[in-house]
Design a protein around this ligand. Structure first.
Ligand code: ZN
Length: 605
């Protein structure tokens, strides 16, 4: 047994005090290490850089520690119980780190818990202590970690089966609110920390529907309790999945309110986020890529299948909302149209495949720079669209007898439930086996090539017509229209992402082949005048929209401190905006297919 103790020692200095005790250390000199990354977020974060002080003692005598690399230490050989004391700085406002102030304490295991090298399989006991001092008397603890012995506030001892498990239970301490709902006797608790005036009962009701939907898909719920740790801030968004909990960050305005019945866009997004993290309970926490099972979190681990875990999860997160009636059919297709537009707007989709995007997540997806739209494709967004293609293809080819739901159920039974890692070829092979369909061509196109996905062809038999047209306005992300859309008059656009500053228009990203790139604009440039006039971002968009295609406008800008004059040629907007409308009137077959897909009753007589 390895013993850990955490005290939020100096909330005002954002310092956790840690103690680690090993009763029979390696006589040759015990080594310790800290993870470089956290599971679910594929970026080297080097958590060890936040360790501020570190010392060791054995039977009351100081023991020297030698640092071997950025995250590994070796204690001088000693006999008897070895005690390591260290302080960790925690000021990361995200779900992937630790955050401590006088309002609350939050941490993920990889930030705090040194591993005892060679002893990673041993069970761990964690003692959680409340901060000393007045003002902390009402603090409580929320975590999914199994309890050994705690007081009524949750402080005391917790147990984890091994070091990897210890890392997978985030902890929240503070004065939080909570609400519980049960599914088949299994308690689901939502803990909200941070100021808010949300309607917790409604949140619990709605989340209950989402969870039941996901459980129905996989056929069983492999946990004895579940915890949503929701951290409410003024402006934030994020989530991270864990084995029996998830950490979520949302904006205050995203919560449902007692006086507002309709679901706001923010609330829809929050439900989608919760749905996403809950789906991960099966898909990635238990159905896990084989390379992940074999490796620890000291260095990068590579898989070509991240799209299976993030893309398929992204496909089902919103689908669950429409299937359980929390959003309407049109709202679902609005979200789908926006995802299609998002992927179509990056020429990176023509350069990077889904497998490559998965493999290079460490250095590309998680390290996006100004050129990202031209260089990479998201394994979330394109992964979700490929999952959609796969689902619709299976439904059509099997004449409605099968779907991606069957593949996911089989994936759970073959890999998740028995805890067998999913081999790199595993998903594709299982999908073919389960459905009995030849899927090689579709997989080749969707995950190993950069050709466009056959979305329009696959959606049409469901009564869903997809169109790609130029954006109707600078803020147009695509959506649902009631009539077949007409092609708008070709208008010129800048072909860059910009931001209005007091001094001018700042260029943030320049898109391949657009007017901005052809003129020679670059990220970071500051546009100060167009055709001799100072314009706002909106005025520039309007001016371009009424400039005949092919005409040139003189443009003045600063690159760093140098004034430059460029010629901006009016180039038309690309067909990168997805508009969806429904076949009118739909055939009976289309209605039935759509109803089966969305699990609605609309197709029934
Ligand atoms: Zn995810």
């Amino acid at each position: 047994m390895i013993h850990y103790q955490v005290v939020p020692e100096s909330p005002e200095a954002h310092l956790f005090q840690l103690e680690l005790r090993v009763d029979d250390p390696d006589p040759a000199g015990q080594c310790f290490w800290l993870p470089a990354w956290i599971r679910g977020s594929y970026l080297i974060r080097d958590y060890a850089r936040h360790i501020i002080t570190l010392e060791a003692e054995c039977l009351g005598q100081p023991v020297s520690l030698e640092k071997l690399d950025k995250q590994t230490w070796r204690a001088q050989p000693c006999q008897g119980s070895l005690r390591i004391s260290y302080r960790v700085y925690a000021w990361d406002l995200s779900v992937r780190g630790g955050h401590l102030d006088t309002r609350h304490a939050y941490f993920n295991g990889p930030c705090l818990f040194l591993a005892v090298a060679g002893r990673e399989q041993e069970p761990c006991r964690l003692s959680l202590k409340a901060p000393a001092g007045v003002g902390y008397g009402a603090w409580r603890v929320a975590t999914g970690m199994p309890v050994e012995a705690v007081d009524e506030r949750g402080f005391g001892d917790y147990l984890s089966s091994d070091y990897e498990a210890l890392l997978d239970y985030p902890v929240e301490m503070g004065e939080f609110e909570s609400v519980v709902f049960n599914i088949d006797g299994i308690a689901h608790r939502i803990v909200l920390s941070g100021r808010h005036d949300g309607d917790l009962e409604r949140l619990a009701d709605d989340l209950g529907k989402v969870c039941r939907q996901q459980i129905a898909l996989f056929g069983e719920l492999p946990v004895s309790s579940y915890l949503f740790l929701l951290w409410v801030v003024g402006d934030g968004y994020g989530g991270l999945e864990h084995r029996n909990s998830s950490s979520l960050l949302c904006s205050r305005e995203d919560l449902p309110h007692v006086d507002r019945r309709e679901a706001s866009e923010g609330y829809r997004r929050l439900l989608g986020l919760c749905s996403h993290e809950y789906f991960h309970l099966w898909n990635v926490k238990r159905i896990t890529p084989e390379p992940f099972l074999q490796a620890d979190t000291r260095q990068e681990v590579y898989t070509r299948q991240l799209w299976v875990f993030e893309g398929i999860t992204s496909y089902y997160d919103d689908l669950a909302l429409v299937r359980c009636g929390l959003i309407e059919r049109d709202a679902y297709f609005e979200l789908l149209a926006q995802t299609i537009s998002q992927v179509r707007r990056g020429s990176g989709r023509l350069k990077q495949t889904l497998e490559e995007s998965s493999f290079d997540s460490w250095t590309k997806f998680y390290k996006q720079d100004e050129n990202a739209p031209n260089a990479i494709v998201s394994y979330y967004a394109k992964g979700a669209l490929f999952a959609l293609c796969l689902d619709l293809h299976i439904r059509l080819e099997s004449k409605g007898a099968q779907s991606l739901d069957d593949v996911m159920g089989a994936l759970w039974r073959a890999y998740g439930k028995p805890g067998v890692g999913l081999p790199e070829w595993g998903f594709e092979r299982l999908a073919s086996e389960v459905t009995g369909l030849p899927l090689a061509e579709l997989f080749q196109l969707g995950v190993r090539s950069t050709r466009e996905l056959p979305l329009a062809r696959l959606l049409q038999p469901f009564g869903v017509e997809m169109h790609l047209l130029p954006a109707r306005s600078p803020t147009d992300k695509g959506g649902v229209v009631q009539e077949p859309p007409e092609r708008p008059r070709p208008q010129a656009v800048l072909g860059a992402a910009t931001r209005q500053l007091a001094e001018g228009i700042q260029v943030n990203q320049v898109f391949d082949g657009g007017a901005a790139q052809r003129a020679g604009l670059a990220a970071g440039d500051l546009i100060i005048a167009v055709d001799g006039l100072r314009l706002t971002e909106t005025q520039l968009q309007q001016r371009l929209a009424r400039t005949p295609l092919g005409d040139r406008l003189p443009l003045h800008q600063f690159r760093r401190d140098e004034l430059m004059e460029l010629q901006l040629e009016a180039c038309p907007a690309a067909d990168d905006t997805c508009l969806i409308h429904f076949t009118d009137p739909p055939s009976r077959q289309q209605l039935q297919r759509l109803a089966a897909w969305l699990q609605s009753d609309d197709g029934a007589d």
